[in-house]
Design a protein around this ligand. Structure first.
Ligand SMILES: Cc1ncc(COP(=O)(O)O)c(C=O)c1O
Length: 333
């Protein structure tokens, strides 16, 4: 084991560094700390969002292993699956997507882009997907091998010991942003869906900006799940790349009070937050991840959690294509 955090090889796929911008109108409205946004929604156009940073490392590894096919899974509107489908097309790889949901739904948002990118798609009802996800992934991988292909299976959200590098590297970028803007934020906050972004931010901030506390806003599972998952991803990264986590790493902070009715189910308050951000800052959030997390952050400001803080950073992790399938919810008053 060594302590040098020399980054492994990554593909250069994302448009980085992304900007760090203050949101002064919304900050003034809430009267708390100055809110900054890390614009990872700008990592690309169709390739927007946090997944690209993870996939830069995952796909470098997959190509290094000689893979010619990517297999991954997620919901019908998965941003991760859309990113994998488009990157696969860009790199000349076949992409197999195992999606949770009903295929009869009209192609929209990410699901439409998956199809345009030429991904092979299999959809399963939620109950089957939940019960048999690993079995189905393994089965498809076996099938590919039987056809002479060399598949690489990427877990949900590319959240594993390879993908976690994405937000370690983003943390290094953020530390340069903090220096350039002459700020020392007390918190950096992001939505947590499969935990890899949280894992990378937690490890990366300990390494590059240890005075900034990482805070995950859960959009599905509870806080303990994400604390444990983030540490598992970090342990996996350390094992796979023979590096040691810094002493006293601890667990990241996670809030699970804003999940609402569950994954991909947003309440009126989330749709109102999305409208508010779009109309006051020109910033577009989505109902599944960033809208929920941003709403949670605003509530926590109102409740006094960030009292005494000067600057907090919200990582905009993308997801705009997932907004459109929710169009009817914006018209309900
Ligand atoms: C737009 C968006 N934001 C945030 C997340 C959460 O990131 P993670 O899965 O790394 O927790 C995801 C994916 O799950 C996402 O698609």
């Amino acid at each position: 084991m060594t302590n040098s955090f020399r980054f492994p090889t990554r593909l250069s796929l994302a448009q980085t560094p992304t900007p760090l911008q203050p949101l002064d109108r919304i900050s003034a409205r809430y009267g708390g700390p100055r809110i900054w946004v890390k614009r990872d929604d700008l990592t690309g156009c169709s390739l927007s969002g946090n997944k690209i940073r993870k996939l830069e490392f995952v796909l470098a590894k997959a190509l290094d292993e000689g893979c010619d096919t990517l297999i991954t899974c997620g919901g019908l509107q998965s941003n991760h699956c859309r990113a994998t489908a488009l990157l696969g097309a860009q790199l000349g790889l076949r992409v197999c997507l195992l999606l949770r949901g009903e295929s009869e739904q009209p192609p929209d948002g990410n699901y439409l882009l998956d199809q345009l990118a030429g991904a092979e798609i299999r959809t399963y009802p939620a109950s089957v997907y939940q019960a048999k996800q690993q079995e189905l992934l393994d089965g498809w991988a076996r099938e590919c091998r039987g056809q002479g292909r060399n598949p690489w299976v990427i877990p949900t959200g590319a959240s594993d010991g390879h993908g976690a590098w994405g937000y370690v590297q983003a943390s290094q970028e953020l530390s340069e942003d903090y220096t350039r803007h002459n700020i020392s934020p007390e918190y950096v906050i992001s939505a947590s869906g499969s935990g890899g972004t949280l894992a990378g931010l937690h490890l990366g901030h300990r390494l590059y900006c240890p005075t900034t506390q990482v805070l995950g806003m859960a959009v599905c599972d509870d806080a303990e799940y994400f604390r444990t998952k983030a540490l598992a991803d970090i342990e996996s990264l350390c094992r796979l790349y023979s590096v040691s986590a810094p002493a006293g790493l601890g667990k990241p902070e996670v809030i699970d009070a804003y999940i609402g009715e569950g994954y991909a189910k947003a309440g009126r308050e989330v749709f109102d937050t999305i409208r508010q951000l779009a109309s006051t800052e020109g910033l577009v959030l989505d109902p599944v991840y960033t809208g929920k997390a941003f709403y949670g952050m605003l509530r926590e400001i109102a409740l006094g959690r960030f009292q005494g803080c000067r600057d907090i950073v919200f990582v905009h992790t993308g997801g705009v294509f997932g907004l459109f399938p929710y169009r009817e919810f914006f018209n309900q008053q």
